[in-house]
Design a protein. Structure first.
Ligand SMILES: [Fe+2]
Ligand SMILES: [Fe+2]
Length: 189
């Protein structure tokens, strides 16, 4: 018998997998074109992490005996639509910061659900270790770019994408929280 709490949980895991794949593709393309050596180094590791996360969600669903559902919405597209396409490296990092914070928050709220299926808990915990580093290196890189772009300009970009994040959240991601909240009330039959 599947340890999943029905279609809602399957959809969530599928959404996570699809988001990790979109993130991996986004960071992988960037790692290939960005020349700043330090940023290139960290982006390459970041790209590898997101690929690994997609793999872990696939493994998790396989262990639970389910196949990923088709997911059309992508976090990334919605962010770029709401905040506008980033014009330079600093803005790429600003949108990444907003995005990574939201992902970490989503995973943290899912981890609080009682009696999660063990493969889901293990996968969330493994991924959260990496997500902390993602927020950390992007924040550091943005600070280091302040002399080049101006601290005010960096702050404006961070605020712009934080606002885009709230817009995306209201339009699409609130659904995630509703699903997670519904899992809290789930009682095993
Ligand atoms: Fe990830
Ligand atoms: Fe991440």
């Amino acid at each position: 018998m599947s340890q999943l709490r029905g279609d809602a949980e399957r959809w969530l895991l599928s959404f996570y997998r699809a988001s990790e794949i979109s993130g991996a593709l986004f960071f992988g393309r960037l790692a290939n074109v960005i020349r700043d050596p330090r940023v290139q180094f960290d982006l390459t590791r970041h790209f590898a992490d997101e690929s690994q996360h997609a793999r872990w969600w696939s493994d998790c669903m396989d262990t639970l005996g389910v196949r990923p559902a088709r997911v059309s919405a992508s976090y990334q597209d919605a962010y770029l639509e709401a905040g506008g396409a980033p014009a330079n490296l600093m803005e790429v990092l600003a949108v990444t910061l907003a995005f990574e914070k939201r992902v970490a928050g989503s995973y943290a709220s899912h981890l609080k659900v009682h009696e999660l299926a063990p493969p889901i808990r293990t996968t969330l915990e493994r991924i959260m270790d990496d997500e902390g580093w993602h927020i950390q290196w992007v924040s550091r890189a943005l600070r280091e770019l302040e002399p080049e772009y101006g601290a005010d300009t960096v702050k404006v970009a961070i605020d712009r994408y934080a606002a885009a994040d709230r817009e995306v959240y209201q339009k699409t991601l609130a659904e995630h929280d509703e699903i997670v909240a519904s899992l809290q009330h789930f009682k095993a039959a």
